[in-house]
Design a protein around this ligand. Structure first.
Ligand code: ACO
Length: 431
């Protein structure tokens, strides 16, 4: 029988404290510690290694078994049968859309892809060589200065309008961050294309030439979007929830999520993987870098390897690995030195005792970085594309939080380790 109570005993309490144990529909039970504070004690868990920060019905991960489900559907089935907008609808609404709902949703999203024309000026305020993620944080944050007619976060209709605006406009913002960076004119969205193709069009087309997306690459890009759409309470999603918990508007909350995603330990890993491969440069230097990754006195880590939750192959990595080979074959890049180096690194790390014993498998970003590189997407856009895909998950999680009657402003406690009270010292007596 499952335990329903946990008991904590302190030296200084007369009676043990009983805490309820909550069970979800899958995954670990959790001890509900909310009542602990009134007994004068908090819990300590830097990095949330053992703490559930919320209840959620959106995504479930079993890191030991390498499972990822969205609303109960395994990621393998969604990646095989759905397009990105269907998965986004599922994340946001809890059910897969029927044909009519899918049509309506697609129409709504493609009807909102343009940006307010004044937003062009926001792009033009940045340096040309600004990182696309820096531009995205700024532009998404500034959306709250343009679309404030529907920002009542406690109004479900307003939440839906903001969600549609974000999902529809984020590809335009990401693509324009690149266009501005590269000095090419902004390409307006083409609503006859699907979501993935439209983004490729805005990235790669110019007003001078027709651009027809290669169907193998468009399919691969759609997979990248689906595989990155949501991933439970990771750093950026928790950031969106924490920022949004104060009632902050959706654009400010998602801009904060983008900022969190930028870090190399999170979404920045796909860009860092390619930078690392460039630094390694040649198969003959792999051993040297593997040695450095194992050396605890060296800060170097093998980028694109390891994951906080997966202690098994990340199911998204398995799908992206297959897509990676399809794209390399399609483009005839199997013998490209950079890709050969990546495949050799993957092989060596998968056999090395250090990586095997720590269950450090290549993660989805290892392969998605290689795929995007092969597609001609510059390294600096990798994390921006991750942000574009994850916007679907962020808005679903943000909406779920705002609709949750148990939601409270996020306000963690701390273990204070600074000076206890002391008396003020006038400056002339300070040594
Ligand atoms: N290279 C070398 N050693 C590693 C790596 C790595 N990439 N990742 C973890 N380790 C080692 C650690 O040094 C530690 O070794 P020890 O037990 O001897 O001290 C052990 O493996 C456990 O690692 P932790 O740091 O405790 O794992 P944590 O869960 O905190 O970190 C993280 C996970 C941040 C993803 C880490 O694996 C990492 O930095 N990887 C590289 C960056 C990366 O690819 N990030 C993408 C994550 S996926 C995503 O955001 C979609």
């Amino acid at each position: 029988m499952k335990p329903t109570k946990a008991t904590i005993t302190f030296d200084n309490t007369l009676k043990p404290i009983e805490l309820p144990v909550l069970s979800g529909t899958a995954g670990n039970d959790v001890i509900d510690i909310r009542a602990l504070g009134k007994h004068g004690v908090f819990t300590y868990d830097p990095g949330f290694m053992s703490t559930a920060s919320c209840g959620s019905q959106i995504t479930f991960i079993d890191g030991e078994k390498g499972l990822l489900y969205h609303r109960g559907y395994p990621i393998e089935q969604l990646a095989e049968h759905c397009d990105f907008l269907e998965v986004s609808y599922l994340l946001m609404h809890g059910e897969l859309p029927n044909a009519t709902e899918k049509n309506e949703f697609t129409k709504t999203i493609s009807g909102h892809t343009m940006l307010h024309d004044q937003l062009n000026n926001i792009f033009r305020g940045f340096r040309r060589d600004a990182h696309p993620m820096a531009v995205m944080i700024g532009v998404v944050g500034s959306m709250s200065a343009f679309y404030f007619d529907a920002m009542d976060v406690y109004n479900p209709q307003h939440r839906a309008i903001s969600a549609h605006r974000l999902l529809a406009k984020i590809p335009t913002i990401a693509a324009w961050s690149y266009k501005y960076n590269s000095g090419q004119p902004f390409m307006y969205p083409k609503n006859s294309l699907n979501y993935a193709e439209n983004f490729m069009h805005m990235m790669f087309a110019t007003p001078c030439e027709e651009y027809t997306p290669n169907p193998v690459l468009a399919k691969a890009f759609e997979k990248i979007l689906i595989l990155h759409a949501d991933h439970e309470q990771n750093a950026s999603t928790s950031t969106v929830r924490l920022v949004g918990s104060s009632g902050a508007n959706p654009f400010a909350s998602i801009a904060a999520g983008i900022a969190s995603l930028w870090g190399p330990a999170h979404g920045g890993a796909n860009e860092a993987t390619l930078q690392m491969l460039e630094e390694i440069g040649d198969v003959s230097r792999i051993d040297e870098f593997i040695k450095r990754a194992k050396d605890k006195t060296d800060t170097f880590r093998l980028m694109g390897f390891g994951h906080r939750v997966y202690r098994n192959m990340d199911p998204r990595a398995a799908i992206m690995r297959k897509t990676c080979h399809e794209v390399l074959n399609e483009l005839g890049l199997q013998d490209d030195p950079m890709f050969k180096l990546a495949m050799e690194l993957e092989k060596i790390a998968l056999e090395d005792e250090y990586f095997v014993s720590r269950k450090l498998y290549p993660n989805v970003d290892f392969y998605s970085g290689i795929v995007m590189r092969a597609m001609g997407i510059p390294n600096s856009m990798f994390t921006a594309i991750f942000a574009l895909a994850r916007t679907a998950g962020w808005i679903a999680q943000w909406s779920e939080m705002n609709a949750d009657p148990e939601h409270k402003i996020g306000r963690p406690r701390q273990l204070y380790t600074g000076e206890a009270r002391r008396e003020f010292m006038p400056i002339e007596r300070r040594t």
